[in-house]
Design a protein. Sequence first.
Length: 531
Amino acid sequence: MVTGILSQALSDALTASGIEAPDEIHLERPARREHGDWSSNVAMATAKNAGKNPRELAGEIVAHIEANPPTVVKSVEIAGPGFVNFHLYDTWLHDVLTNAVTQGTDNFGRSETGAGQAVNVEFVSANPNKPLHAGHARGACYGDAIARLLERTGHTVTRETYLNDRGVQMKLFADSLAARKRGEEPPADGYQGEYLIEWAAEMPDDADPAVWGYERALKSHSATLESVGIHFDVWFSEKSMIESGAIDATLTALAERDMTYTNDDALWLKSTEFGDDKDRVLVKGDGDFTYLAPDIAYHRDKFSRSPKLINVFGADHHGYIKRMKAAMAALGQDPDDLEIIITQLVDLERDGKEFRMSGRSGDMVYFDDVIAEVGPDATRFTYLMQSVDSRQTIDLDLLISKAMDNPVYYVQYAHARISNLVRKAGEAGQTRGDKVDLALLTHERELDVLRALSTLPETIERAAAERAPHAITNWTREFAAAFHGFYHDCYVVGDGVSAELTQARLWLVEASRVGLVVGFDLLGLSAPESM
RNA sequence: GCCUCCGUAGCUCAGUCGGAUAGAGCAGGGGACUUCUAAUCCCAAGGUCGCAGGUUCGAUUCCUGCCGGAGGCGCCA
């Protein structure tokens, strides 16, 4: 890696100046081309402790590197307040190309950061009593992208979703469904959504609404998720823990650790001992569990299967974090092994009306509606375009009317052009061979493509570490822009293009394909051969 | 009142492990199709990075306070 060579050179230069080099030397890509290919602030960062002026130290570093230049370094200079800027020979980018082609879509951008680490990612976890709505879609697309990123960085991932298939809300659901079946309105505190009318019509007369309705909801969820290519390894049933005795066993385990007490006939968890704001009730005065008891049992079960848990929850579950971490600590787990990611809520607008994707009201925009209107790729891309730390506003009318302008087509079009190029070249008797002179790739557009390509591995690393798949979305847009520019200005086959240049460009095209496909795979997008 | 997230161009959003002239798409303005798909490309325009302090050689980025928006603070889930 070129960064390794450069940081070694900087480290050696510091040593020569009698300064101990920091463990990690920061190298960055300057925002402006004239500042070179790579830049380091190491002189500014170390000058103070060394009792030197930053520019003076930078001068010493530059002099040392100029006297012993690594082969890729064309020139090195001091700039601004003390940056050390490297200008490299284009070969470093040609090496990026070779690397991408050699590694292919399976291995390019793959890292071993998470090698040997198993991670359980829980997401969606929607109540099995209504169709998934457009708010669930965010967590679904996000959770799946996180799983994909973790896999790319070497982790072994289990995708899991939790089913609240018992308790008060399931009874209300069954009652509401039964009422619809009789042609009546649901109970006032029941489920008002119109989907229940459809479901009731499908339900056989002799069916048990609780059982049949639950199955129907599950079928709805899995069909919706299937249509965007999301699959869970585990659909975990809350009810199964009643049958297995896992909840009672968990309460026993907590009691044995002296983490519970009884007050007002209720069983409490001493969660304040682990940073929670107040103690929490596990078993109510009437003997029923609160939601917390099965949830704790569920997480205990997950920990028995995986050392690291990631939960993706909506913003309305923010208050849940402290208490669940406290509960895990009470069970003797390291709470840091439970990571809870909060995705901010989605606001939807349709016909100038705002929809809130929460609550029991029937007014919903369903996940299926969005997919049906714009297709699975645009759905995924839209949800993965921005950070989950910000609230997302989706204007469905705008999304539909602009469906053809969706940025997903911009990036997919780049892939379609690649497929077309390869086909056209083949028709002209030009296929990519083993003999190639990459030194022919000197056009600024070609180099721009390779510069963009060179950032993919580090972008993946960072996106995975920061749980930020939107960084990949942005990368695909940037890369596609570079590729479209190349496509426009650099013909691969045709008059005036030598066979050798065609060959070199076919290699660049293949490297581009590898990069795009890796990016698409991380986002769960298809890679169309034509559009 | 307490806790979490957000506030960047007309709109939707990136960027921020402190760095050199803050970016993209859309909308609006001007250009480019006799060669691989114009779902493309190029140019111009658009900003007190919510406000005020603090730390720093340097703050949109870190800290504090305030203002504004969203969500959460149950023996609901």
